[in-house]
Design a protein around this ligand. Sequence first.
Ligand code: ARG
Length: 462
Amino acid sequence: MDKKGRGYLRSRFQKEINKTVSQYVASIPFDWRLYQHDITGSIAHAKMLAKQKIITPKDAESIVSGLQTIQEEIEKGQLEFKPELEDIHMNIEKRLFEIAGDVAGKLHTARSRNDQVALDLRLYIKEIIVETIERIRSFQQALIRVAEANKKVIMPGYTHLQQAQPILFAHHILAYFEMLQRDVERFQDCLKRVNVLPLGSGALAGVSYPIDRHFVAKELGFSQISTNSLDAVSDRDFVIEYQAAAAITMMHLSRLAEEVILWSSTEFGFAELDDAYATSSSIMPQKKNPDVAELARAKTGRVYGNLLGLLTIMKGLPMTYNRDLQEDKEGLFDTVDTLLASLNVLTGLVETMKINNTRMRDVMSNSYILATDLADYLAKKGLPFRQAHEAVSKLVQYAISKRKGFRELTLKEYQRFSPLFDKEVQQITLENSLVKRNVPGGTAPEQVTRALARAKRLIGKE
Ligand code: ARG
């Protein structure tokens, strides 16, 4: 408060800010999370100001040591953030005045909160991308372990959620490895555009001091500096890109979650959740519920919502900085928290789940899952595939009417549908159905062994 009772930076006004307004515009309840990035950015800025002789080395030293003290205070929970100081930037600046005196006022030379907040967010997302990729990697490692531990397990593969063709369970699990591999690549690609220093853009037009932006970029580990100040203070593409990559990753997690839910049902019975990852029912004592997977499936919705929210904030936003941009943060933080937690918990859930090999075989024993193999068998004997398909369709219809599986039909019965059938047809099994699909990317054991080795190489590279 100054002598007229006006708050920080309100000398232009006659009145103190309305309390409700002050709360409405404040971002400190959530942007305090950027404190470390704000301080790191300010320290680099102060060093640059001294190097360029815009402030003295002594001033820079007091500023830097004051900022370090503030960082410790925040970490120890000793600094009480004030909503009337709006945001993390002002809370830190105001505290710096208390610690270092008037010299604190020199830190904001050649800088605006507009390029400052853009910098803080970029520093934050750079760090978060590294953490996100690490978590995805752990998940991928768990998938490899699950695939390896169940290497021989054969399961029904589905299309339209109808039994289609037999596949190796490991092949199925490695499909998720692939999805997550693309996710990692998306985050790595996003990093290229996050890795640009906006500081030096000032409020919007650049600054009138002889600053050295490359020095700051180097200090803070940015690979480039922004090339248009107007764009630099108003661009949030990098936040959208992180959120889009997160939304796609969550979509992948939700698919796996959905399968785990199906597999752990009595009807499927393909998997049993570890007790530590299951929840109970408050009324039905027999239940072992997959709430973790259900929540991961559902939380995908909020991550999509956060992405849509930010796209909507940015839509039609005139140049350059507008306070609307402050609304970029809560959604982002929520997405980061949700994504990291979901990756974490699903890693454990998938890794501890027990796979029921016998049950998977049982559900295939009386099904017609080898029908494609029968059609292929006829086609390989010279029948055009479409005719082979028709012959086997009729055979299936016949077998169903007789309540028989393929293995229970006699050769005579087979031959009613095509004279090309001979006794080898009775040797078509789940195992050799797999072995035959020996094309790159197929489910043949040889291919899956190769895919596993490739997956391990990809992860080992980093
Ligand atoms: N709290 C603000 C935000 O998150 C910081 C920038 C404020 N700039 C301004 N011109 N009011 O966007």
